[in-house]
Write a protein that binds this ligand. Structure first.
Ligand code: AMP
Ligand code: GLY
Length: 427
């Protein structure tokens, strides 16, 4: 069977890597892919379609008689790629445009959670500057969390520590329109305290299977300081999400979410990402839903999947997820993101990436590329997050050590990475 992975980041490299391990898969195309998927060799090949070029991808899927297309990022979901493929009778794994609203509209997601009594921060929705300003001027507690409802490349959330910051945020959103139409609607919600974790389910709309719970490291600086990024590293399993906590997540969040989506006529099929805040007593609430796997969380949860990913996704498409083999590996995984100096602000692209030959002898390490390009001879940086160095090991501590050891064999001008990935599991 031939498979297509749509997207070009680290998550998509990890999806391509997992797909290529399947004995049933003869070819893995990645659109547009990156320098890592370009140099994997074997079954994997990049094809030059943008991830949001729905028409182009549809034509390609038809002409290649693809057995399965897996959607990595959220933008093609919002463009209705799953509806288009399904409409043309092509097997595709991901939620429809309507179901993906759990991610693409925060107003939809919050109202949905309210309708179905799913635990989340209390909130109000605003469509104009004036009422939002009145609300923030009279708010008795800070921080307040201000969110553009639409997709904003992970940047549309402002945690305002005080009134001044909050008013600045709504001025940026409503008046200066820094996120354009994405902020036509704005959610203002209560600040939740606790620790964040990510739980991913594969679901056919009714049945579901969980990958191992993970924790991302969103801030650029050590000890979770500085600006928000796409994610600077991750590890799994996250001890914070104990069996007991996961049971609560299942009963209070996952089951009512899938049931609610079914009863509202938009069954949710695909990867479901639940961004959680877990308070001091182990009570979970939803910070956000995403309609996809996390990046860099995919780079730790997929290497820990023992079962065949493609068989699992196919079973899910056939509504037979409950019967599919599903096994996780023992042990743990850590991924450390190597970024371009200056990220998440401006940074220089085109730096040559040098890797020591010794890396090849590390069987427990996989290098997932994100912002890289390969011109046939040289591998160069082409983005803020450049590489995710993943190590699997019997224990979390060992996986952290191995990932950092491997990172030491890679260099490019201006390379930056956090030195404390995984440390919060021990705090
Ligand atoms: P989101 O895009 O909704 O996940 O928000 C991005 C980040 O903002 C989250 O990962 C949290 O770190 C933070 N955040 C969002 N909503 C809240 C909240 N209600 N309370 C505390 N932190 C939040
Ligand atoms: N790592 C966070 C995300 O993928 O949204």
């Amino acid at each position: 069977m031939k498979v297509l992975i749509v997207g070009g980041g680290g998550r998509e490299h990890a999806l391509a890597w997992a797909a290529a391990r399947s004995e049933r898969v003869t070819k893995v195309y990645v659109a547009p892919g990156n320098g890592g998927t370009a140099t994997m060799g074997g079954k994997v090949e990049n094809v030059g379609f943008d991830a949001t070029d729905v028409e182009g991808l549809l034509g390609f899927a038809r002409s290649e008689s693809l057995g399965l297309t897996v959607i990595g990022p959220e933008q093609p979901l919002e463009k209705g790629i799953v509806d288009a493929f399904s409409g043309a009778g092509l097997p595709v794994f991901g939620p429809t445009r309507r179901a993906a609203q759990l991610e693409t509209s925060k107003v939809f997601a919050k109202d949905f959670m309210r309708r179905h009594a799913i635990p989340t921060a209390s909130y109000e929705v605003f469509r104009e500057y004036g009422p939002a300003k009145d609300f923030l001027e009279t708010a008795s507690v800070y921080p307040q969390v201000i969110k553009a409802s639409g997709l904003a490349a992970g940047k549309g959330v402002i945690v305002a520590e005080n009134r001044e910051e909050a008013l600045q945020a709504i001025d940026d959103l409503f008046n200066r329109r820094v996120f354009g139409d994405a902020a036509d609607e704005v959610v203002i919600e209560a600040f939740l305290t606790g620790q964040e974790a990510s739980v991913f389910a594969v679901t056919d709309g009714t049945s579901y299977r969980f990958f191992l719970p993970s924790q991302d490291h969103k801030r650029i600086g050590e000890d979770d300081t500085g600006k928000n990024t796409g994610g600077m590293g991750a590890y799994a399993p996250a001890p914070l999400v104990s069996g007991e906590v996961l049971k609560k997540v299942e009963a209070r969040i996952v089951v009512p979410t899938l049931e609610g989506m079914r009863t509202e006529g938009m069954p949710y099929k695909g990867f479901l990402y639940i961004g959680l805040m877990i308070d001091q007593s182990g009570e979970p609430s939803v910070v956000e839903y995403n309609a996809r796997l996390g990046d860099p969380e995919a780079q730790v949860v997929l290497p820990l999947l023992e079962s065949d990913l493609i068989t699992l996704l196919e079973a899910s498409l056939q509504g037979a997820l409950g019967d599919a083999p599903f096994k996780m590996k023992d042990g743990a995984a850590t991924t450390v993101v190597l970024a371009s100096g200056g990220y998440p602000g401006s940074y220089v692209k085109g730096r040559e990436i040098v890797m020591d030959e010794k890396l090849k002898t590390y069987d427990d390490v996989v290098l997932f590329h994100a912002g890289t390009t390969f011109d046939g001879t040289t591998l160069r940086t082409s983005g803020g997050r450049v590489l995710a160095v993943t190590a699997t090991a019997p224990t979390l501590k060992e996986s952290i050590d191995r990932a950092y050891l491997a990172a030491g064999y890679i260099s490019f001008d201006g390379m930056y990475y956090r030195r404390d990935i995984g440390a919060k599991a021990f705090s």
